[in-house]
Design a protein around this ligand. Structure first.
Ligand code: SF4
Length: 200
């Protein structure tokens, strides 16, 4: 089965792990798991591509700053206090199960560290890197430049569309890195692995 070794590693690191063939199956699972709760969503192309917000809204109160009908600043604040928080991983090191996330605003990594009853970290197969070094390189040279481009930032990575320049730009989007060596101690955390390419 796909991800079987990684599942074992992540379970040793303290996580509950679930595996799905498609983003659609994973989204339906998550909708059933969190039904009736308040849910915050981190900015995530993976969750967007899975259609998670639309699905959860049927039976939950959902706060997401990417919801164009809501005030983004207020949504960010409200998402910090929900029962459940969903985010995606920027990369997972396959050999150690270390989970890496890089952030500019800080809402996503803050919520992955404290404050919710349960956190779900979602990752498509493209987020799995062989080890920590390749996972970190993925964050710096793939994830951040693509996000900088998506956000229209005037950073060298966005302008040149190739790699990280460790810039001093005021528009720099990578400002903090969180590495989970093990599951954080204060919260129930489940990793949802999906055998599809999702997000970037
Ligand atoms: S540090 Fe600057 S150049 Fe490097 S990925 Fe972040 S925004 Fe782009």
């Amino acid at each position: 089965m796909a991800f079987e070794n990684l599942k074992t590693t992540l379970e040793k690191n303290g996580y509950t792990v679930s595996i799905f063939a498609t983003g659609k199956e994973a989204a339906n699972y998550l909708a059933g798991e969190v039904k009736g709760t308040t849910v915050g969503l981190g900015g995530s192309m993976t969750l967007k591509e899975m259609g998670v917000e639309e699905l959860l809204k049927e039976n939950n109160t959902v706060y997401w700053h990417w919801n164009t009908a809501a005030d983004p600043k207020e949504s960010l604040r409200q998402a910090m206090t929900t029962d459940v928080y969903l985010l995606s991983a920027n990369a997972i090191a396959e050999d150690t199960g270390e989970i890496l996330n890089i952030d500019g605003t800080g809402n996503r990594i803050s919520s992955s560290l404290f404050g919710h009853r349960k956190v779900y970290i979602v990752a498509g197969k493209n987020k799995i890197s062989p080890d920590y070094e390749s996972a970190l390189s993925r964050l710096r040279n793939v994830v951040s430049p693509k996000n900088a481009q998506r956000l229209g930032r005037k950073t060298p990575c966005a302008v040149n569309a190739d790699k990280c320049y460790n810039c001093d730009s005021p528009e720099r989007i990578c400002r903090a890195l969180v590495v989970f060596y093990k599951k954080i101690g204060s919260m129930d955390v489940e990793v949802v692995l999906i055998d599809e390419e999702l997000g970037y």
